[in-house]
Design a protein. Structure first.
Length: 115
């Protein structure tokens, strides 16, 4: 499975950005992570194949993850952005098959929030 992420950029604090990530095939769970310079990637949000979502506490109420399964696409709507949201954002998908599950990562997309 190949992933293509897009939608990063520069926003002012309080503004919004929408990230998209398109998978080349059908997948099960779809996730977003972010990585600060010199830090490990941290999980941000997940949506499973049934549409159930979960978020890290720091983005609850501000970010919304959604998916269009027909298009194999996951979105991350980021509102009320804060400078602390500045990071490289990565999408990850999980494909579950009879012989096990596999994870696939997209390329990162930079999000920069100015104060």
């Amino acid at each position: 499975v190949q992933l293509q992420a897009s939608g990063g950029g520069l926003a002012q604090a309080g503004g919004s950005l929408r990230l998209s990530c398109v998978a080349s095939g059908s997948v099960n769970a779809m996730l977003w992570y972010r990585q600060y310079p010199g830090k490990q990637r941290e999980w941000v949000a997940v949506i499973n194949s049934g549409g159930v979502t979960n978020y890290v506490d720091s983005v609850k109420g501000r970010f919304t993850i959604s998916r269009d399964s027909a298009k194999n696409t996951v979105y991350l709507q980021m509102n009320s952005l804060e400078p602390e949201d500045t990071a490289v954002y990565y999408c990850k998908v999980v494909r579950v098959r009879a012989r096990g599950s596999s994870n696939y990562w997209g390329q990162g997309t930079q999000v920069t929030v100015s104060s």
